[in-house]
Design a protein around this ligand. Structure first.
Ligand code: SAM
Length: 300
């Protein structure tokens, strides 16, 4: 299991340590508790209201312990396929392909700059690993050195699948050890307390309901399991960057499939009720408006 100290690479000193905290907020660890949260937040539309935005709505396995969907419908009423339809209804084919292809082609300099952080964060993975919003699979090459590792990547965008499968193959990960599932992180198709590691990079900016996703991550992690994250967040209040992010946020959501520029995701992770959270703050020159980033480890 990754320990927090392994996160602090000698050659990548974070600008600032935001916080190290053991919190007890929002204890939601079973699907029943997640369901209660969901019901509380649900109105007639059937969508959870937490942090929701609707700019783009008009566009309108066997590796891991994947839940039986029909049981989930019956017992929990938050079946992963229902949730997929609710929070990320299918976009037109051309839009999904455009976004997947853009992610594949335009992230090279970003990936080069973040590589040192990723190789530290994702070293020595083992066991059952789930990546939420896996996209084109840029992280898979870092998992290849892991031992005894079984990976499932979920993403609502069907067009990401071919890129993610190709990335897994290029990384030398066998098709037995990597599966892609179409799903959203608001209802993970995974049993309670069944995973060793959950990973998410640049995804909490795009989900419909950040708090619900964090409760889902806690639900599926085993006790002591690890959530590894790299997310871009809102700039500091009062800065020009924060102002520009506010102005361009609607456009960003439109062109980048719901990505928000000004979420306080570091704070959301700190307040989600993980037993320990280590969050570090960095600024990446290749990411322009999509700054700063937080990265770190939270433990169930
Ligand atoms: C900016 S991309 C990042 C992809 C990849 N994680 C990376 O680091 O390049 C955001 C990804 O989140 C996915 N996504 C959007 N809404 C989601 C949701 N509700 N649950 C899970 N993934 C979601 C998108 O389809 C997209 O692949």
């Amino acid at each position: 299991m990754i320990q927090p100290h392994s996160l602090l690479p000698t050659s990548f000193t974070p600008n600032k340590i935001l916080a190290t905290k053991g919190t007890t907020l929002n204890h939601v660890s079973t699907r029943g508790q997640v369901q209660a949260h969901f019901k509380k937040c649900t109105k007639e539309s059937g969508l959870c209201k937490c942090n929701r935005r609707h700019f783009i709505e008009a566009f309108g396995t066997s590796l891991l312990p994947i839940s039986n969907a029909s049981n989930a419908v019956e017992l929990l009423n938050i079946d992963p396929m229902n949730m997929l339809d609710r929070v990320h209804p299918p976009r037109p084919d051309w839009y999904e392909e455009f976004y997947a292809s853009a992610m594949d082609k335009t992230m090279k300099s970003y990936e080069a700059e973040i590589a040192g952080y990723k190789s530290q964060l994702f070293s020595n993975l083992r066991g059952n690993v789930l990546e939420i919003g896996i996209g084109t699979g840029p992280n898979l090459k870092y998992y290849a050195n892991g031992s005894d590792i079984r990976i499932v990547g979920i993403d609502p965008n069907r067009k990401m699948k071919k890129y993610a499968l190709a990335a897994a193959k290029a990384a030398g990960i066998t098709s037995e050890n990597f599966k892609f599932e179409q799903a959203v992180a608001e209802a993970l198709p995974v049993d309670d307390a069944s995973l060793d590691v959950v990973i998410g990079t640049l995804v909490l900016c795009s989900v419909e309901d950040v708090d619900l996703v964090l409760q889902e991550i806690k639900r599926v992690l085993k006790p002591g399991g690890t959530y590894l994250f790299i997310e871009h967040v809102a700039a500091q209040d009062g800065t020009i960057l924060k102002y520009v992010q506010g102005v361009l946020d609607p456009l960003q959501q439109f062109v980048a499939d719901g990505c928000h520029l000004s979420r306080e995701t570091g704070t959301s992770i700190l307040n989600a009720g993980f037993s320990t959270v280590n969050v570090h703050n960095i600024f990446l020159s290749s990411a322009s408006l999509i700054n700063p980033h937080v990265y770190g480890i939270a433990n169930q």
